[in-house]
Design a protein. Structure first.
Length: 435
């Protein structure tokens, strides 16, 4: 699990800046319209509609001597490094078109690496609770990677490197220097299980697609992922703008995120314990609800309220890592249900659709976080904003995510695949599995 989690130490540094740094940098520093930047980032996900299911299906079927998932990580890593550099360190005169093209290629490269990587993790164990530990190691590594990098940003800030250009350059250098060696170690050290196949069943084509569409547990997780991701990305996109224009203390950005990530790591054992007691479906529902409840107080924060604001950020962030690792663990259980019905372990296909939902939620979150404030009169390049405009910004930042999280509650609270049901599914698979 330790070796498997290594790539996620730095993989998170590829998509995280798309919400935390890129909108602010391209609109503030490069003087592109905020709404156009948000639109370009959202549209850059369109290729994923084709790329995600293609990669998922091919990685399920392409069984090589090195496994089904490893070749994709090796092939996709160089493209990921190149495109990250082009987005984070743009040269010369930059336009919205430049951002659209390179952001689109970046998302394609990320799919080539991340989708097979997460499908591989879902197949490392067949046990209900151990799957949560595998994904907890991975998401914990991601949070740890953010902590280490934010510590570097704080050191940079201490020496006077505070603007987005310097921070994005540091992110790009980190990606270039650390992603390839982490991927190499994981590919060499972590095995792949032989995929599950059930004798006498081999559903393909339209029949296989109908099984996916009739999988109610899958559809419920899909809707929950869309809601969770959209709510979280609204806030992630607006963090820096809120610190700059509402709190009046943009230098708090890196320390605030560092404290948030540390809080998430410290709370990880609690959410693991809660998932063992209540089931992961109810634990993740409570984790998402906690984010929403803590966000209700954001519109009450004003200029100079740095301590109150950071306290709220740390409290709401204490459940972040659990949302990600529990959602992925639930996804692995949903694949077991499909294996019983289809006779094949189609983890790549399912994770490709979930991946599309995550990326769609990122696009929706960024779009809502940029277009809604702009429609309400907020523009980062303006020097002064009225109290009404700033309150509208904070309502989008705090109340809208709460409303979205509430919508997700009924989807997972009474989820059909419990610990007992998952064990029944695994018993059927093992009993009917072909050699």
């Amino acid at each position: 699990m330790m070796f498997y989690s290594l790539p996620h130490l730095t993989h998170v540094l590829v998509l995280m800046p798309m919400a935390l740094f890129v909108p602010s940098y391209y609109s503030d520093d490069l003087a592109l319209p905020l709404a156009s930047v948000g639109f370009a980032i959202a549209v850059s996900r369109i290729l994923d509609v084709i790329i995600d299911p293609l990669v998922g299906i091919l990685s399920d079927r392409w069984l090589t001597r090195w496994g089904r998932r490893k070749p994709w990580l090796v092939a996709g890593t160089p493209l990921l490094v190149l495109t990250a550099w082009m987005v984070f360190v743009p040269g010369g005169k930059v336009s919205v078109g430049y951002l659209l093209v390179w952001a689109s290629l970046l998302h394609v490269a990320f799919t080539l690496v991340d989708l097979p990587y997460k499908a591989w993790g879902a197949e490392l164990s067949t046990d209900y609770s151990e799957r949560s530990r595998v994904t907890a190691w991975r998401e914990g590594a991601g949070a740890a990677g953010q902590v280490m990098f934010l510590a570097v940003l704080m050191v940079m800030s201490f020496y006077g490197y505070n603007d987005d250009r310097d921070q994005l350059l540091a992110i790009a250098l980190t990606v270039v220097l650390t992603v390839p060696p982490c991927v190499i170690i994981t590919v060499l050290k972590v095995p792949e299980r032989i995929p599950d196949r059930i004798e006498g069943r081999n559903v393909r084509g339209w029949s296989g697609l109908k099984l996916v569409l009739h999988n109610r547990a899958f559809l419920r997780t899909l809707a929950a992922i869309l809601l969770f991701g959209s709510a979280l990305l609204i806030q992630a996109t607006l963090h820096k703008l809120v610190l700059t224009h509402v709190i009046g203390n943009p230098d708090l950005f890196a320390p605030m995120l560092l404290m948030e990530d540390l809080g998430a790591l410290l709370a990880l054992p609690f959410w693991m314990w809660l998932s063992d007691r209540l089931g992961k479906h109810r634990a993740v529902t409570l984790a998402a609800l906690w984010v929403g409840v803590c966000s209700l107080a954001f519109p009450l924060v004003g200029r100079g309220d740095s301590v109150l604001y950071v306290t709220l950020i740390v409290l709401r962030g204490s459940s972040f890592t659990s949302i990600f690792f529990l959602s992925n663990s639930i996804a692995a259980d949903v694949v077991d249900y499909d294996t019983v019905e289809s006779g094949q372990q189609r983890t790549g296909l399912y994770f490709s659709v979930w991946g599309m939902a995550i990326k769609l939620s990122v696009a929706v979150g960024i779009l809502l976080a940029t277009v809604l404030p702009a429609q309400l009169g907020f523009e980062p390049s303006a020097r002064d904003h009225s109290e009404t405009v700033l309150f509208s910004l904070m309502a989008v930042y705090g109340w809208l995510p709460f409303a979205i999280m509430i919508l997700a509650f009924p989807l997972l609270w009474n989820f059909p695949i419990t610990r007992e049901r998952q064990r029944e599914l695994r018993a059927r698979i093992e009993a009917e599995r072909s050699n």
